[in-house]
Design a protein around this ligand. Structure first.
Ligand code: DBV
Length: 250
């Protein structure tokens, strides 16, 4: 069992218990990808698996799970709502590298500075954030340009101990996911054309940023090559623009 497998198993089972989950297509060649890295006795197999679902209000629920031994474990898990809901994104970036653990957990807002939006989607999360922040202190240096995409309840931490990941991070992950599904349950479709246009712009802004700045790009290119990596990023991980061009979503 690897560090983030229980997170992934829990998330899928929990989503299944609360939503009508359906499979989300994963382009062929991306469900499972393996490469050998390192030299000599440091050789290690790095396997990346992809998982995708959708639900009535959620356009894409997807995870990328990278397993490359004790010092390389990543679970990137994001939920993208349909464009006719004002729901935030659920974003979890759980990263273990030789240098240590790096944890980002948030409900990423469509409209960071809108007080009504904050009251609706951030204020209810703040108590959960404060509870967990006691065990998971602010992780320090953080790319300034990413800040518009995070909420004030952004949990960003670099635990020293793996047991902290297994206990406190896992507990926070469960609480954030539950709170997110509570939002999903309550969400009503947006009908107003102007509001819909704003949502679409905000989704595209977020998506373009994440696709362009994907911190995993270097890692994936090293393991699997440039072509595979770019197709993975634009064709699965952050695929909204493609889907809009194919007019699968409107
Ligand atoms: N990050 C992704 C995807 C990943 C992934 C799709 C499938 O968005 C992994 C894999 N994140 C990943 C890896 C690293 C990080 C780091 C491998 C380590 C990169 C390295 O050190 O080589 C939050 N993730 C990070 C960092 C941040 C985030 C801030 C540190 C990057 C840095 O210091 O430059 N998650 C990241 C982010 C957003 C988010 C920027 C959003 C707007 O949701």
């Amino acid at each position: 069992m690897t560090l983030y497998q229980p997170f992934l198993d829990y998330a899928i089972a929990y989503l299944q218990s609360r939503l009508e989950l359906m499979p989300y297509p994963i382009p062929s060649g991306f469900e499972y990808k393996s490469a050998i890295t390192g030299k000599g006795k440091n050789q290690e197999e790095v396997v990346t698996t992809s998982h995708g679902f959708c639900a009535p209000k959620l356009r894409q629920i997807r995870a990328a799970h990278v397993q490359g031994g004790q010092s390389l474990q990543v679970l990137n898990f994001v939920i993208f709502p349909h464009l006719n809901y004002d729901l935030p994104f659920f974003g979890a970036d759980l990263v273990t590298l030789p240098g240590g653990h790096l944890i980002a957990l948030d409900m990423q807002p469509l409209f960071r500075d809108d007080p009504d939006y904050q009251a609706k989607y951030t204020a209810p999360i703040l108590p959960i954030f404060h509870t967990h922040q006691q065990h998971l202190p602010w992780g320090g240096d953080f790319p300034e340009e990413a800040s518009p995409f995070f909420s004030p309840a952004f949990l960003w931490t670099r635990p020293k101990e793996t047991t902290v990941v297994e206990t406190h991070v896992f507990a926070a992950f469960k609480d954030y996911l539950k709170a997110y599904l509570d939002f999903v349950e309550q969400a009503e479709p947006v009908m107003d054309a102007q509001a819909l246009a704003r949502i679409k712009q905000a989704q595209l802004r977020y998506l373009r940023y994440r696709a362009e700045k994907d911190p995993a790009r270097g890692m994936f290119r090293r393991f699997y090559g440039e072509e595979w990596t770019e197709e993975y990023i634009h064709g699965f991980l952050f695929d909204l623009e493609r889907k809009l061009t194919e007019s699968v979503v409107s």
